[in-house]
Design a protein around this ligand. Structure first.
Ligand SMILES: Nc1ncnc2c1ncn2[C@@H]1O[C@H](COP(=O)(O)OP(=O)(O)OP(=O)(O)O)[C@@H](O)[C@H]1O
Length: 552
């Protein structure tokens, strides 16, 4: 760990802390934040030097988003905290929208887009608000400008589509473009101080092949003289783009380091404490000797069509975890939704044990009745009810089993929730907390708990560990492996090939809507999956423009 001062102006090469010559671009001191009696932040000091990319790391629920929301004017911290920007004190709390005048710009975890408005409408929000003119909006020229703007960032989304009809990756790219444009507009005012872009888990929605887009954007932002705060659980991404990391644990600063001075194990130990290092890279593959034998398939899928899938067939045996790997647009990401009936298949049959399911007429209610579970990628939209309690969310699918003479058995349900929160290490361990107040990763753990409670025969997963911290991720791998020993068949779709290599018994490579290759046993490695995916994809530059919506 080092003194990580750096100068004003230029980007700092990793591992070389030069002497400090200018005040930090931003400095927070003694920030404490209570929510009721719960203390989410305690005496946090945090600074960002000019031209620096700072990684803000820590376990799910440690307070990263809470700190960022203090700067966004969303949270009102306790009295006593201080903020300086370019050495000038700025009184706290900040008012809503004040961040724009301070040169701060945000991509929040929930992206902060107006979901029912179009891409064009979202990208002009700031501009329209700033323009005092009362002239009617010329939509045709707005759309043209939006298209040109998106093109300048190499983002291929339809300006006329409402945000909620874009896939998560498209939504994330729009939010990132909007934030970058806000910074540009601030700098264009001239005679302004430093500017800072805050990215709260931006890689969550970005498949591997889109992450480089984000890095390029960060480099451009820094080259333009701005700084970036990068919140992520993706340590490879942190290592690739950050100069320095600051780690929070339980709402306090647990340490900081220049990225070149710590290896992965040290980084993980800074985040989760000494035990954490043991968890990293721990494969959750089938135990030696526990082979699948010649058990007949539990689930067989034949001729699945819908979305980008043009004829996908495969089988999964009891206890087996089968990964589907493909680039965005390959069709792999459609499979869970089609097999759950969340999106209508145009053709295909699934056999689950001895029951045949005609996929084009399947709906989610029937799927659940057949003990098919699905953890969607976009949990904010499809996975949780934010205004219900954590307990209600976790038990919503099994209420019938806890009802007697038309009345819910409160005591038994509370006991179930207690066990679920314990098993999935959900923090805080409070079943009465509102789901919407949970941190992103903890919300994902509740979604997993909810689905595993129905004892699935078939578990469908789409990016199940996005936004989940490194220790909790290892725990989720273990819990799914444990649940599968009861005979559950699992289909795991992820753009994180390292994750597939860690958990899957077998990986199917999907390209152009079909299964093109199969990797088994020792072939299931990160490198082999990646190479097979690129080898079999004829058009690796899959586009977003004609991407289908992720769920109905
Ligand atoms: N508005 C709120 N009301 C009550 N509790 C809240 C509120 N916002 C956040 N919290 C709590 O504060 C703690 C910190 O949450 P925060 O979202 O900052 O975590 P995080 O570090 O960003 O986690 P993750 O990596 O999972 O996104 C959590 O326990 C969360 O439940």
């Amino acid at each position: 760990m080092s003194d990580t001062s750096s100068p004003g102006g230029a980007a700092v090469p990793p591992g070389e802390p030069p002497p400090r010559t200018a005040p930090p671009a931003l400095e927070l001191r003694s920030i404490t934040q209570h929510f009721g009696s719960f203390r989410a932040l305690r005496d946090v000091d945090f600074r960002v030097e000019a031209g620096e990319v700072v990684g803000l790391l820590g376990e799910n629920g440690c307070g990263k988003s809470t700190l960022v929301k203090v700067l966004a004017g969303v949270n009102t911290p306790d009295a006593g905290g201080e903020l300086t920007i370019d050495g000038r004190p700025v009184p706290l709390p900040l008012s809503a929208g004040q961040f724009r005048d301070l040169g701060l710009s945000f991509v929040h975890q929930d992206l902060g887009l107006a979901r029912t408005l179009t891409v064009t409408e979202n990208l002009m929000v700031g501009e329209a608000g700033a323009a005092a003119s009362r002239k009617p909006i010329n939509w045709r020229s707005q759309r043209r400008r939006t298209r040109a703007l998106l093109q300048s960032y190499n983002v291929d989304v339809d300006p006329d589509l409402p945000i909620n009809q874009l896939p998560p990756v498209g939504q994330a790219l729009v939010a990132i473009v909007r934030a970058a444009e806000e910074l540009k507009a601030y700098r264009a005012r001239g005679d302004v101080g430093h500017s800072i872009l805050f990215l709260d888990e931006p890689t969550v929605f970005l498949p591997e092949d889109q992450v480089e887009f984000l890095f390029e954007l960060i480099r451009t932002v820094v080259a333009g003289g701005a700084s970036v705060v990068f919140i992520s659980h993706d340590l490879a991404a942190v290592r690739a783009i950050c100069d320095r990391v600051v780690v929070l644990r339980d709402g306090q600063v647990a340490g900081e380091a220049r990225i070149g001075e710590v290896d992965d194990r040290q980084l993980v130990e800074m985040i989760v404490g000494p035990v954490g290092g043991k968890l990293v890279g721990q494969a959750q593959r089938r135990a030696p000797g526990d082979d699948l034998g010649d058990a007949p398939p539990r689930c067989t899928v034949q001729g699945l069509r819908g979305g980008r899938a043009t004829g996908i067939s495969f089988a999964v045996r009891p206890t087996e975890i089968v990964g589907l790997a493909g680039l965005l647009g390959s069709g792999a990401e459609d499979v869970p939704y089609l097999l759950f009936g969340a999106r209508k298949a145009t053709a295909g049959r699934m056999t689950l044990d001895d029951r045949e399911i005609v996929l084009p007429v399947l709906d989610p209610t029937t799927a659940v009745r057949q003990q098919v579970a699905m953890v969607p990628a976009d949990r904010r939209r499809d996975g949780i009810a934010p205004s219900l309690s954590v307990g209600e969310n976790a038990t919503i699918l099994v209420n019938d089993e806890y009802t007697q003479a038309g009345r819910l058995q409160g005591g038994r349900l509370r006991e179930l929730v207690r066990r679920q929160l314990e098993r999935f290490d959900v923090r805080p361990r409070n079943g009465n907390a509102l789901m919407g107040t949970l941190s992103g990763g903890n919300a994902q753990k509740v979604v997993m708990a909810k689905w595993l409670e129905i004892n699935p025969r078939l578990l469908l997963l789409h990016e199940p560990t996005q936004g989940v911290d490194v220790a909790a991720r290892a725990e989720i791998y273990r819990l799914i492996r444990e649940a599968s020993t009861g005979g559950m068949a699992t289909v795991w779709v992820s753009s994180d090939f390292e994750e597939l290599a860690t958990v899957c018994d077998r990986v199917l490579v999907v390209a152009d809507g079909e299964v093109r290759a199969e990797l088994t046993g020792d072939e299931v490695t990160d490198e082999a999956i990646s190479s097979a995916v690129y080898h079999h994809t004829t058009d690796a530059a899959a586009v977003l423009a004609d991407e289908v919506p992720t769920a109905s």
